[in-house]
Design a protein around this ligand. Structure first.
Ligand SMILES: [Zn+2]
Length: 414
């Protein structure tokens, strides 16, 4: 459903009129509020938003979309009159109790958009000016990326392939929430997916359905927690396992044991960089000799916004500019960078889509030796860099010099 701005405004005022007359329960499929809810969802999908926020303020309803990882304010704030009927309509769609306004609720909408089923998770939380509603769009980017589409530099790709193609060992992806860790692990699984292999995932929840891979959703209510799932996997004749995340020391020690028995196991952790993975495992009481025996590699990842290709212009940062300072020794006279002026393609933001930055730590014999000797963080970091690790910042600068993103974006994320 494509709807222009004027039609949208008419729809809003008709919905507000309906609300003023208290007609919200009489409208069928053609009622303005039913259409308004659909239009807001359609717009979110069209803009590849990951979330839609409806936030009651004192005298209006604020609408914001999260696009490419950042919340953007929509031009249309909705009139206060629309608020309760719109939230009520979305609650009905999400299977929530519309009579309850004082407690948080969770729900779920299956929304059909241009022949696709979009899975939307909905949450409401009572706030002082009304109910806050956040809708998360689970599968807007329907395509599952392959390894080549993850944005690895050629060198990092070679290193990453090297660690996932080993028949056994522990591979850990680290980064904050929404840094694309699961996307990278799905891509890795797909690269390993051959008819003779049995690839299984344990996830909470299953984020995307990947063809050819056996995905298991954690469900603690029915007794299927990570520990139970891992124990059962050992009797499932597996080739490789992906575990959504390591929650505690017990799971961590079991994962290490599986890796030790000759399986490839991939999982995620929250650490600030790749070397940090070693120290996080130690904090989870995994002894250094076990880490040294099983860990084959760690990848830290961040997502930055990609520069819009339609409105780039070249410029030359001066020697004393902030850019030159950030670039350090990578700056030289005559160096050209690209910046964005903003255009309709990127809705004036200068950015469109996202790009991953990575740092890949390969556990080389020297790094393994240092882990065994319980080397401290600084020593391990220095050693890893000598052994070829490029930091997230260095990978980011490479991508800035290629015109794929900008220094201000790097500074925001790292
Ligand atoms: Zn643009």
């Amino acid at each position: 459903m494509n709807i222009d701005e004027t039609a949208f405004k008419i729809l809003i005022s008709r919905a507000a009129g309906e609300a003023r007359q208290g007609l919200e329960h009489q409208g069928g499929a053609n009622s303005p509020v039913v259409k308004l809810a659909d239009v807001l969802l359609e717009r979110a999908i069209e803009r590849r938003a990951s979330d839609l926020h409806l936030e009651p303020q004192t005298d209006f309803l604020r609408v914001r979309y999260r696009i490419d990882g950042l919340l953007q304010i929509e031009d249309n704030v909705l009139p206060k009159e629309v608020e309760s009927i719109l939230i009520a309509r979305l609650k009905v769609m999400a299977g929530m109790d519309t009579a309850k306004h004082q407690c948080p609720q969770d729900g779920h909408i299956e929304f059909a958009s241009e022949g696709r089923q979009i899975d939307i998770r909905v949450s409401v939380l009572p706030a002082i000016h009304g109910e806050l509603m956040v809708l998360r769009f689970m599968n807007v980017e329907e395509k599952i990326l392959n390894l080549g589409e993850l944005g690895f530099s050629d060198k990092n790709m070679e290193l990453f392939r090297g660690i996932i193609e080993k028949p056994s060992g522990l591979v850990i992806l680290s980064g904050p929430v929404n840094s694309g860790k699961t996307t990278s692990l799905y891509a890795a699984l797909q690269a390993l997916n051959k008819p003779e292999s049995n690839l299984v995932t344990l996830e909470n929840p299953v984020e995307r359905v990947v063809p050819g891979i056996n995905q298991v959703e954690i469900n603690p209510k029915s007794g299927l927690n990570y520990m139970a799932g891992l124990k059962a996997l050992l009797r499932q004749d597996i080739t490789a396992v992906m575990v959504g995340e390591i929650r505690d020391g017990e799971v961590a020690s079991y994962i290490v044991r599986i890796a030790l028995t000759g399986h490839l196991i991939m999982t995620t952790l929250h650490t600030e960089n790749a070397v940090g993975v070693i120290f996080r495992l130690r904090e989870m009481n995994i002894p250094p000799y076990m880490i040294a025996a099983t860990l084959t590699g760690a990848v830290a990842q961040r997502l930055v916004r990609k520069s819009c290709p339609h409105c780039q212009e070249e410029y030359e940062p001066a020697a004393n500019s902030a850019e030159a300072q950030m670039l350090g020794e990578r700056w030289h006279r005559g160096l050209h960078l690209k910046r964005n002026t903003g255009c309709p393609h990127c809705r004036g933001t200068g950015y469109s889509g996202r790009l991953a930055l990575q740092e890949v730590l390969v556990i080389s014999p020297a790094v393994r030796e240092a882990i065994l000797m319980s080397a401290d963080r600084d020593r391990l970091q220095a050693l890893a860099e000598r052994e070829g690790l490029r930091t997230l910042w260095q990978d980011g600068v490479d991508k800035v010099l290629d015109g794929k993103t900008t220094l201000s974006e790097l500074k925001r994320v790292i």
